[in-house]
Ligand binder design. Structure first.
Ligand SMILES: Cc1ncc(COP(=O)(O)O)c(C=O)c1O
Length: 446
């Protein structure tokens, strides 16, 4: 087969999301209510999530039907192409075959739209009028703004301050789709005001923006909170990526030797690899690699412990690889990877040796992204570029292997970061050992 892309028909969009939990050889540690120190109940989540999403969060069913209304919206961009990076292979003079699942073709430019429309749909159905969320680089915020616009919900986005200034055009996207965007930390919430009183120049982090959004949603009966990653139901919605990829690889007559994706909270990685896990557990033939920034290395340098999902300790405690909820990562340009923890599901896979993880530094990531863009034409988002970097490194080993990575989003709105890289202004951040040590001391004791 010498095709450049493997495409599926619209009828081949999955009819069900895949829930991996029943196929795992271990039980996931339950989330804990920090007040009672007991496993979380569905009622604990009711102030901020609709019941349908709570049911999905705790579901033990292997398959969950995708509502027809959602499949209809998915048809706007799904199935996404699986591309063969032939020109990159040629440039690298590699014997490896490189494929990438191109999630950048969604209207908002990344995989985040796959769950945004689902979350807006269930909230609308349950009578909610307004969604509040956080965003790092702005990919999630723009995806939720797009989804809220479709379902006529209003939307407020707390955007991490450093990205708010680094990525002004993501803000424009959110405005076009009718959302309100607030730089975080802000004066709008109690936790924002507290953080600003201690550090008026605080650049913000995903952990802080989550605190502000949760605080606001919990206080308003007609508003709910919406999270773009980390939780089981978000990874569940993203499994459309891996389900399609499996079909496409079969069509191409390929079996993957490597599956690679970047990890922030874990949703594009999870959505891409979880549909392969059941088979992987039988024969362990695939190397599954999660790539994270060395400035925020939760999987490679964090501890597997119960911790809060946010800085102000408003969320439940979940067992995950964490750098500590108080850790504020350096202002790297991959804003969507600046999260102190990693999805409990992905963390458990890492803890049990089912997946591997690698960390990369900012400059080498941008260098790989430019190589990729020069060969393939598409410009990766700085987050996605972490997966690109590792795929290129694997291909440089020049073995006859099938390398498949998830192209989680494009970087058309990250061009100022590319300009900085090309003009030599971008720097590597030192691994923030002391900050991490300090923040790990504040892990909650159970
Ligand atoms: C393009 C892109 N890829 C990856 C990520 C990381 O998030 P996750 O780990 O949930 O996929 C983000 C987050 O904003 C993103 O925008």
């Amino acid at each position: 087969m010498d095709d450049f892309k493997v495409v599926l028909d619209e009828k081949e969009i999955p009819y069900q999301w895949y829930n991996v939990v029943r196929d795992l050889p271990f039980q996931l540690p339950p989330p804990i209510n920090p007040g009672t120190k007991k496993p979380l109940t569905k009622d604990d989540l009711r102030p901020i999530f609709p019941l349908s999403l709570i049911e999905q969060e705790v579901s033990q069913d292997s398959w969950i039907a995708i509502p027809n209304e959602i499949r209809d919206i998915y048809r706007m961009w799904r199935p996404t192409p699986l591309r063969r990076a032939r020109r990159l292979e040629k440039l690298l003079k590699t014997k490896s075959r490189i494929y990438y699942k191109d999630e950048s073709v969604s209207p908002t430019g990344s995989h985040k739209a796959n769950t945004a429309i689902v979350q807006a749909y269930y909230n609308k159905k349950e009578g909610i009028k307004r969604l509040v969320t956080e965003t790092g680089a702005g990919q999630w915020g723009s995806a939720l703004s797009f989804a809220c616009n479709i379902f006529s919900l209003s939307c407020r986005v707390y955007m991490v301050k450093v990205s708010y200034h680094q990525k002004p055009f993501r803000k424009s996207l959110m405005h076009i789709w009718g959302a309100e965007v607030i730089p975080s930390p802000s004066e709008k919430t109690e936790c924002g005001r507290k953080i600003l009183s201690l550090d008026p120049h605080c650049q913000g982090s995903l952990g802080i923006a989550i605190s502000e959004a949760v605080e606001e949603a919990a206080k308003d009966k007609l508003a709910n909170y919406s999270l773009g990653s980390v939780l089981n139901h978000v990874l569940l919605h993203q499994t459309v990526i891996g389900l399609e990829t499996r079909k496409q690889l079969k069509k191409a007559g390929e079996k993957p030797d490597y599956l690679v994706a970047c990890v922030g909270g874990g949703s594009n990685f999870g959505g891409f690899v979880l549909p392969f896990i059941k088979e992987h557990l039988k024969n362990r033939k695939i190397k599954i690699i999660a790539v994270e920034p060395s400035a925020c290395p939760s999987l490679t340098r964090g501890l597997y412990r119960y911790d809060f999902g946010d800085t102000a300790m408003l969320t439940p405690l979940v067992k995950m690889f964490t750098l500590g909820h108080k850790f504020i990562p350096p202002g790297i340009h991959a804003g969507g990877l600046r999260y102190h923890g990693c999805s409990p599901l992905i963390s458990a896979l890492a803890e049990n040796g089912i997946i591997e993880s690698i960390s990369c530094r900012q400059l080498e990531v941008f260098k790989a992204a430019v190589t990729f863009a020069q060969a393939e034409g598409i410009i990766p988002a700085p987050e996605t570029a972490h997966a690109v970097k590792v795929a290129i490194d694997l291909a440089r080993q020049n073995k006859e292997k099938c390398i498949v990575f998830n192209f989680s989003g494009h970087g058309f709105l990250d061009l100022s970061s590319y300009d900085k890289f090309l003009s030599g202004e971008l720097k590597n951040y030192a691994y923030p050992l002391n900050e991490i040590k300090r923040s790990l001391k504040d892990l909650p004791k159970l």
